[in-house]
Design a protein around this ligand. Structure first.
Ligand code: SF4
Length: 393
């Protein structure tokens, strides 16, 4: 019997349901189906999910609570003049929505996430909590040696939850399945850059968000289904402006903001959403010491963002210029969470880099629950119109 291709609508509907579910039912069901199963949550931007997977556990991405959760308790732990993601994440925790989580990794991005790791330890003493630090020095002998030790400690800490050693063989198998995930994610991004009318960003975003909560094997299948579905369903091409969206690597904007940008006449051809799926830019080798392979990939083949230290001032912003050129973009929209130090402190430097090569840009701020989309739509629409009218050759 010939298997029918799943439709784009059906795939996106499933992803939307996963996105909307603040009780994390898919992860709860995964865990409940076998007594030995454990779940390890992580925050943006990057943790080596391969190690969690090799320990037989489910890595679960927590990217805040979005716009559909009222933050009541979370505000009591933080001042008002910081971003919203730590407050809504705390709200998820204290309301019991994450009571099935056995471990929680807080990667090194900024002080806010670091402080959240300390609060989590105090509030949830039975959960394995780790502030996962990453090197700011990219030489093998210094940052590499340090990072390798971090990876070893993480592996041993996770083995402490499961009670079983994480073997090199299991790690290589996990690296292979995540290599495949990265390959498929890159394929979706590449398809969207070539033909953004076939894969609108609102859909691509939901498909990538599904990868935060599903087992990687299921996400790989979903990515294959999505690629097959969009290739099989013709959609009309519009005379939209091609833009790169930047600054959205941690707290996520409301879905309506992404829709507003698209509806204003912009095709997003690159972005820094859910960067964990594209953090390692090349296949991680399956031979040799797997922790060493993960460390080398982080040091020498990882994505650039405002949250990653760039020691060479001349190189600051080059990744964005490269993205504009490689994806045929006509401009950049900076969108960053309010009070996001990494994104907002870097923005003037990134704007300067774009100015030097005559790439137009605009910028605005959001919060994960901000709902005033009309001004965003007007601003992005005017930006797209001005590019079409005055920047065309
Ligand atoms: S949104 Fe920005 S400031 Fe807030 S936790 Fe994330 S990186 Fe830090």
């Amino acid at each position: 019997m010939v298997e029918m291709t799943k439709t784009t609508a059906a795939i996106v509907e499933r992803c939307q349901a996963l996105f909307d579910d603040l009780e994390f039912q898919a992860a709860r069901q995964w865990k409940a189906s076998r007594p030995e199963r454990r779940v390890v949550a992580y925050m943006p931007i990057y943790v080596p999910r391969e190690i969690i997977h090799a320990a037989g556990m489910l890595p679960l991405g927590i990217l805040g609570a979005g716009e559909n959760l009222e933050v009541i308790h979370g505000d009591a732990y933080y001042q008002s003049y910081i971003c919203r993601i730590p407050r809504s994440t705390l709200e998820l925790g204290v309301t019991g929505r994450l009571d099935f989580v056995d471990g929680f990794l807080f990667p090194s991005i900024c002080d806010v996430i670091r402080n959240l790791s300390g609060i989590w330890k105090l509030l949830f003493p039975k959960v394995y909590v780790r502030y996962f630090d990453v090197p700011q020095n990219f030489s093998d002998g210094i940052g590499g040696a340090y990072y390798l030790e971090e990876l070893r400690e993480l592996r041993d800490g996770l083995a402490g939850i499961s009670g079983a050693e994480v073997t090199d063989e299991a790690l290589r198998a996990s690296i292979a399945v995540y290599n495949e995930n990265r390959r498929l994610v890159r394929e979706v991004y590449s398809l969207r850059a070539k033909a953004p009318w076939l894969a609108p960003t609102t859909e691509v975003y939901l498909v990538m968000r599904a990868g935060m909560v599903l087992p990687v094997e299921e996400h790989n299948e979903l990515l294959r289904d999505y690629l097959a579905a969009v290739r099989a369903e013709p959609r009309p091409e519009r005379d939209n402006c091609r833009i790169v969206l930047n600054g959205i690597f941690c707290e996520q904007p409301p879905l309506s903001l992404i829709k507003a940008i698209e509806m204003s006449g912009c095709y997003v051809v690159d972005d820094d959403f859910t960067l964990i799926g594209r953090w390692l830019l090349e296949e991680v080798p399956l031979s040799g010491d797997p922790l060493q392979a993960l460390a080398s990939a982080f040091l020498h083949h990882s994505a650039e963002t405002s949250a990653k230290y760039q020691p060479d001032a001349k190189q600051k912003g080059q990744f964005l210029i490269d993205s504009v050129r490689q994806n045929g973009a006509e401009g950049v929209i900076f969108a960053a969470p309010s009070f996001c130090d990494p994104a907002l402190l870097d923005r003037p430097m990134l704007e300067g880099a774009l100015d030097r090569v005559d790439v137009p840009h605009i910028g605005f701020k959001y919060a994960e629950n901000s709902a005033q989309m009309q001004p965003v739509r007007e601003q992005a629409g005017t930006f797209a119109d001005s590019i079409k009218l005055w920047s065309a050759p």
